[in-house]
Ligand binder design. Structure first.
Ligand SMILES: [Zn+2]
Length: 336
């Protein structure tokens, strides 16, 4: 994965000395230092409902909650859930436990008044009712309330995992959901398996003139650009991945790295870790396999290129969009 979706807030970096051997005040690796934090209000990083992990193994409580008709259930099928949706607003369309289809069930959480929320990975109703239709997280996420955005992100992430990771990686036997759908256990060798989350870093690189580095992935259509992104490799820290991906894709060396915040991106199973980084050089040398083109943009140049239709930014639901907007200083159109 390279230049991808995103958002952010810039924070002044307090740099610690790099490469001083053992890390004390912060990790130092390959000349990169990590400082932070600062991005908030990301569309898919919201939530109000207590996940109530202590109840996931409480069989009596779970049974009582599932027989309570007030309990609310989100049905998820291939990444979609039923929503009431307009251009400006979305709300989850819950069903009662008795109306939920068969499928893997997971406890999403409990409100302070005791109201319980579950998810079920199963078929959506064929006739969802007036004003209600299936929607993907990417579409509905930004329009949902904090509560519903958190519930749907949680539900989609678990449903995606249960749909895919059905067998034991050790012996190949089918596994069973346990912990109210938050892990799976192999009945043959007893091993327990947890939802897979793939960490990916996404970074806005700026040069000494505070220009932003935007790139177009070779797989993308003309005009689509974003900041650089890539998966964290095995045995690698997120900030090491920042330095490696930026160097591989554009030939730019980064120094001070600032952590901005993260957003789950369960499409199907990523966690986007947002960063800013300062470039030590400005000569771009793109990796033609992954990146078709990359350029520096001043704020004026970016605004002009968008207005002229020369480039298009990722959608506001992405952390990429928010990171770019925060650097820019005000809202920008996103149109993927
Ligand atoms: Zn097994």
């Amino acid at each position: 994965m390279s230049a991808a979706s995103a958002q952010d807030d810039a924070v002044p970096a307090t740099t610690v000395p790099a490469s001083t051997g053992r890390a004390t005040t912060g990790p130092a690796s390959q000349g990169v230092t990590l400082t932070g934090p600062a991005l908030s209000g990301l569309a898919l990083a919201r939530g109000e409902v207590d996940r109530a992990a202590h109840l996931r193994a409480d069989a009596d409580w779970l049974k009582a909650a599932w027989t309570d008709p007030a309990t609310r259930v989100i049905v998820v099928e291939r990444g979609q859930a039923l929503c009431e949706l307009t251009d400006q607003h979305a709300a989850l369309a819950f069903v009662a436990p008795g109306e939920a289809p068969d499928g893997v069930r997971f406890l999403l959480g409990v409100e302070s008044d005791g109201l319980a929320y579950f998810g079920v990975a199963g078929p959506l109703p064929e006739q969802p009712g007036p004003g209600v239709r299936p929607a993907y997280l990417r579409e509905a996420g930004p329009l949902l309330s904090d509560r519903d955005a958190g519930l749907l992100t949680h539900a989609v992430a678990l449903a995606n995992w249960h749909e895919t990771f059905t067998h034991c990686p050790r012996c190949g036997s089918p596994t069973d959901p346990i912990a109210s759908g938050h892990s799976r256990k192999c009945p043959v060798d007893g091993s327990e398996h947890f939802p897979r989350v793939d960490p990916a870093m996404i970074v806005l690189v700026t040069d000494p003139a505070d220009r932003a580095l935007l790139a177009r992935n070779a797989q993308w259509p003309e005009r689509r650009v974003s900041i650089l992104a890539g998966f964290v490799e095995a045995g690698e820290s997120a900030e090491q991945a920042v330095a490696r991906e930026v160097a591989e894709e554009t030939g730019i060396t980064v120094r001070a790295v600032t952590y901005l915040g993260s957003q789950p991106w369960p499409m199907p199973q990523s966690l986007m870790l947002g960063f800013r980084a300062a470039a030590a050089n400005t000569d771009i040398n793109v990796d033609a396999d992954e990146i078709a083109e990359a350029n520096w943009y001043s704020r004026d140049e970016l605004a002009a290129a968008i207005a002229a239709g020369i480039i298009r930014l990722p959608p506001p639901v992405s952390i990429a969009h928010r990171i770019i907007e925060t650097w820019y200083g005000s809202e920008l159109p996103g149109s993927w």
